[in-house]
Design a protein around this ligand. Structure first.
Ligand code: IPD
Ligand code: CA
Length: 258
């Protein structure tokens, strides 16, 4: 698959190795210990670093570029770039909330060629392969057809455009956007929105590949196709939905700015 690398095997093996080192400290104070700052100036927790060290050690021998949440960019001049969040949802992890995942996307030059998210607690392994589809544990997954008036969305707002909350039936904010994008992809959520200008490529790159391949529309806050820069610091908004009417409703609410 995808030329010289078997990305699905690499992603699965690395995710299982991360699982072995992190799961013994799930929900422990040690996992949440603050051990410094990452390239964006955010706190690095012990679990973030343990997971990242392992991922870098495993990927470095491949000779590809790496963009990872804590360490930032390692550019070795390869055509391939792996964009990683070793643990998405590290607050959840340290607090003992079982919603967190390993996330890895691969780009050839600037184009995505593969995305994988491994949810440690359920053991579900999600993949997106541009042009081929989205899969959970090897079986195809699709967004669901929205039933208007019954929408369930994840909405990170920080007080912006909260009028939208009254226009949908359910709001679930789960604290691990990579996982939430897989839930959109498999039809468990109708939309995943973050309009805090806060998420980074590392948080969402794999989830975007998977959600799009499952049929989702993924845009910026103006409804334009979302473009991701391959670095660990730029922050963005994201609107990912299963249906153009829901997208229109969201864009109208955001346009009102309340
Ligand atoms: C966080 C989660 C969360 C999102 C934050 C991210 P992290 O990732 O994805 O859902 O709201 O923006 O930083 O820091 O736990 O890897
Ligand atoms: Ca993380």
């Amino acid at each position: 698959m995808n030329g010289e690398f078997e990305w699905n095997e690499i992603a699965f093996d690395v995710a299982k190795d991360v699982e072995k080192v992190v799961m013994p400290i799930f929900g422990t104070p040690k996992a949440g210990e603050n051990i410094g700052k990452n390239v964006s100036g955010d706190v690095t927790k012990y679990v973030d670093k343990v997971a990242e060290n392992l991922v870098i050690e495993r990927l470095k021998p491949l000779g590809i570029n790496i963009v990872s949440e804590e360490i930032g960019n390692i550019d070795v001049g390869s055509d391939y770039t792996a964009v990683i969040d070793p643990i998405d949802g590290s607050y959840n992890f340290a607090a003992g909330i079982p919603i967190f995942a390993f996330s890895l996307a691969v780009f050839k030059k600037k184009a995505p060629v593969y995305g994988a998210i491994y949810e440690f607690v359920t053991g579900n392994f999600y993949e997106g392969i541009p042009g081929e589809g989205a899969f959970m544990n090897g079986r195809p997954i699709h967004v669901k057809k929205v039933e208007h008036g019954k929408e369930a969305i994840s909405f990170y707002t920080r007080g912006r455009c909260t009028g939208l909350i009254k226009k949908v039936k359910r709001v679930r904010v789960l604290g691990a956007i990579a996982v939430e994008l897989t839930y959109l992809a498999k039809g468990a959520l109708d939309g995943v929105l973050d309009i805090r200008n806060y998420v980074r490529t590392t948080d969402i790159a794999a989830g975007v590949v998977i959600a799009k391949e499952a049929g989702a529309m993924v845009t910026d806050e103006r409804g334009k196709e979302l473009r991701l820069n391959l670095n660990a610091t730029d922050q963005t908004n994201i609107i990912a939905v299963n249906d153009s009417r829901l997208l229109d409703l969201i864009l109208r609410e955001i346009g009102r700015g309340e």
